[in-house]
Write a protein that binds this ligand. Sequence first.
Ligand code: ADP
Ligand code: MG
Length: 238
Amino acid sequence: MAQIRLNHVEKSFGQESVVKDLDLTIKDGSFTVLVGPSGCGKSTTLRMIAGLEQQTSGEIWIGDRCVNNVEPGKRNVAMVFQNYALYPMMTVKENIEFGLVNRKVPKPERERLIKEITEIVGLSEYLNKKPQSLSGGQRQRVALARAMVKSPAVFLMDEPLSNLDAKLRSQMRTELIQLHKRLGATFVYVTHDQVEAMSMGDQIIIMDKGRVQQADTPMTIYNDPANVFTAQFIGTPP
Ligand code: ADP
Ligand code: MG
């Protein structure tokens, strides 16, 4: 249903080509991790899927629609950012509710959704707090809740845990895997951390220098790396 397909997608900024002939399928309902060194084009790829960046050429399909000319709000995706992107003047509840008010969701339905989702992400006690009084992990949960109220078919997450300390990061990884099972949506998760990638994803896409080096299950990548880059990047002997 919400399989994502990139057909020969390219992206240049001026003269600089940053994504080169991306041709890949992200399976419906998968937890797909896009991993590679800093600057290899992961965020640009995610932003093109979200519609926040227009590709220079090629097609992007979400489900059975080519979304090349579909605006971000109509792509049935929600993005979760590394820096949370919360509104500092609004409470947790207002931050989560904002998008629902914009979409004219009636108040009783908004209340129901917020109650249900804040229980799932463990924020029920914090609804009237401002973001600056929350910990990093709690802020990231607000960002997740804000994405969840849209019930998107696809969650796009750009290094969502990289501002958290190691202990919290490991806890949030487990929570995200559980959340993925519970929601049954397609998760596309960007990280530069190969350990995180291999432990979280059921499908892994390894990128380097704007190209896909290998796209497979963690097991296949580990046992049968496609090239020297992949082998070295994930740390198996070449
Ligand atoms: P990653 O997320 O893998 O670290 P990015 O997708 O952010 O990589 O960036 C890939 C390349 O594209 C980098 O060289 C970066 O400097 C360049 N780039 C990204 N966004 C822009 C932009 N808006 N304008 C110019 N260059 C950009
Ligand atoms: Mg990035």
